[in-house]
Ligand binder design. Structure first.
Ligand code: SF4
Ligand code: SF4
Length: 176
């Protein structure tokens, strides 16, 4: 009796699922929209108005990277600093996102691409040229979670200070 009930129960579950919309997507013709905070690959950004690189070569990303895979060579030009060279070896990246989080100019960002692959180690060694090209290649997939957005989320604005209580007048001294 038990085996008949269990068989019927499983048949009911199968029939219920036949009517459900499939969750499988027909990749690569269809692609899922990855979450805003998805960490897939990196890009270096430029100013959309002037076309200038946003990286100022401050090396904060290099210094914070726990895997020590970022190398920045800064260069001072007329008005500001740049990264003369910038490399990121994605072979050893743990996708912690710290480099993005500390960047003061939102120059390094994550891209929500989940199918960036390489056939050799060199393919995953990101040069400055590759990182700058990724901004255009993945322009619709650049994560909105830039360093400034992430920092604001971590340190929300402080509440307004409470008004101080007014000083009370001292009680008059008793006369003898
Ligand atoms: S995500 Fe983390 S490990 Fe990868 S490059 Fe950035 S700081 Fe380094
Ligand atoms: S990517 Fe950002 S943190 Fe890294 S060197 Fe450039 S400006 Fe500094």
């Amino acid at each position: 009796m038990g085996i008949v009930k269990e068989t019927l129960d499983s048949l009911v579950i199968t029939l219920k699922n036949l009517a459900r919309k499939p969750v499988t997507v027909q990749y690569p013709r269809e692609r899922r929209t990855m979450p805003e905070r998805f960490r897939g690959v990196f890009a270096l950004t430029t100013n959309p108005e002037t076309g200038e690189e946003n990286c100022i070569g401050c090396r904060l990303c290099q210094n914070i990277c726990p895997s020590q895979i970022i190398t920045v060579i800064p260069e001072k030009r007329e008005k500001r600093s740049y990264a003369k060279d910038f490399t990121l070896d994605m072979n050893a990246c743990i996708f912690c996102g710290l480099c993005v989080q500390v960047c003061p100019t939102d120059a390094i960002v994550m891209v929500r691409a989940n199918d960036e692959v390489g056939y050799s180690r060199e393919d995953l060694f990101l040069t400055k040229e590759k990182l700058l090209a990724n901004e255009k290649k993945y322009q619709d997939l650049i994560s909105p979670m830039t360093g400034s957005v992430l920092r604001n989320m971590q340190t929300p604005p402080r509440p307004a200070p409470r008004p101080r209580p007014k000083p009370q007048p001292k009680p008059e001294e008793k006369k003898e």
